[in-house]
Design a binder for this molecule. Structure first.
Ligand code: PMP
Length: 357
């Protein structure tokens, strides 16, 4: 607190990211990082970029990356916006596209940065409860008489539940709200979801946001992107260029381009995570956990007889860190990132031991 703060700063409740402890031998399953690291080609490209022109400003438009993404996802570069992680892309989208007279609709249990951006940009929000199985109910996102959304945002798969909404339901929501922008945050879609990128050419109100942090294992590089109709992209560019016209640095552009161009590595490393996820799901079910169906690189699980906060604390004593949210409806769940097979075996063995005691 300080008397020098603006009234807006006094009123903010900032996002709290998962911790990044500086301890050795930690089994770190709390922030949904990918366990296998980025494509070796991305690392080579970053290395090459360090000796090649860091003296110079980067390309303010990151054209090389937009072109690589356009080729990969079969859209035009004008349909792409890039930023420092999808968090920055989301922030610009909240300002540029989601701030309207009518409220922004999003699920009650979702990525907790959304309410934070609403606070920052003074956006009215309406939170819509997930159903009893923690799924998004498509009907709830269609106009109800006079009641219509100013805009809509949700992750698919949702976070922290991991539950996937089928593409046909996304299309119903987008088609049913032609006057509202619908943002689908696909941070985790590469681990088993069907991307709404397939719909962007047909719906001028759809914006799809993805990240290099999860499926491309480049969380430390900070690269995210949005794909949509050129008019939506132009809105994002207008906000970006009113704020900081150099969003991506040279190393990030070089690494991200090489990552996009190494599709074999990407597909293979995601497949490994999915295979591990399926094993962890059945191991935890065998220990009596209820595990929500996950299409992400994490699972959301609760044990009917054990308190989640206590389980998280017991795991921590064994140097295993998972995420626990002290939040209504989900306080008995743990969100567990899928790590390597070895890390997940350590987790399952530790839980078995804790449950036996
Ligand atoms: N969306 C969702 C649903 C997330 O869980 C995250 C990760 N915290 C992000 C966006 C942001 O990821 P990044 O900024 O690393 O791209």
């Amino acid at each position: 607190m300080s008397r020098y703060w603006s009234a807006v700063v006094h009123g903010l409740t900032p996002y709290v990211p998962g911790e990044q402890p500086k301890l050795d031998n930690l089994v770190k399953l709390n922030t949904n990082e990918h366990p296998y690291g980025p494509s070796p080609r991305a690392l080579e490209a970053i290395h090459a970029a360090t000796s090649d022109g860091l003296r110079l400003y980067p390309d303010p438009n990151a054209d090389a990356l937009k072109q690589a993404l356009a080729r990969r996802y079969k859209v035009t570069p004008e349909q792409i916006f890039v930023g420092n992680g999808s968090d920055e892309v989301l922030a610009h989208a909240f300002m540029a596209l989601l701030r309207h007279e009518r409220p922004l609709w999003f699920p009650d249990i979702t990525y907790s940065f959304y309410p934070v951006y609403c606070g920052l940009y003074d956006i009215a929000a309406r939170t819509i409860p997930l159903d009893a199985d923690f799924a998004i109910r498509t009907e709830d996102y269609l106009p109800q008489g006079e009641e219509r959304a100013g805009a809509i945002i949700f992750p698919n798969p949702n976070a922290p539940t991991g539950r996937l909404l089928p593409l046909a339901d996304i299309e119903r929501i987008v088609a049913g709200n032609p006057d509202a922008v619908v943002v689908v945050d696909e941070a985790y879609v590469d681990f088993g979801g069907e991307s709404a990128l397939a719909l962007v050419d047909r719906y001028p109100n759809l914006l799809v946001i993805q990240t290099f942090s999860k499926s491309r294992s480049l969380a430390g590089l900070r690269v995210g992107f949005a794909v949509g109709h050129a008019a939506l992209i132009e809105a994002l560019e207008r906000v970006k260029n009113s704020f900081n016209s150099y969003p991506l640095d040279r190393l990030a552009i070089a690494g991200a381009v090489a990552s996009v161009e190494d599709d074999d590595y990407f597909v293979d490393s995601c497949r490994k995570v999915v295979a591990t996820r399926e094993r962890v799901v059945s191991d935890l079910a065998a220990l009596g956990f209820d595990v929500l169906p996950s299409a992400a690189n994490f699972i959301f699980a609760r044990h009917p007889q054990r308190d989640a906060a206590e389980l998280a604390a017991s795991l921590r004593q064994r140097a295993i860190i998972v995420r626990h949210f002290r939040q209504p409806r989900i306080e008995q769940f743990l969100r567990i990132t899928i790590g390597t097979d070895a890390q997940c075996q350590t987790l399952v063995a530790a839980l078995k031991d804790i449950l036996a005691s």
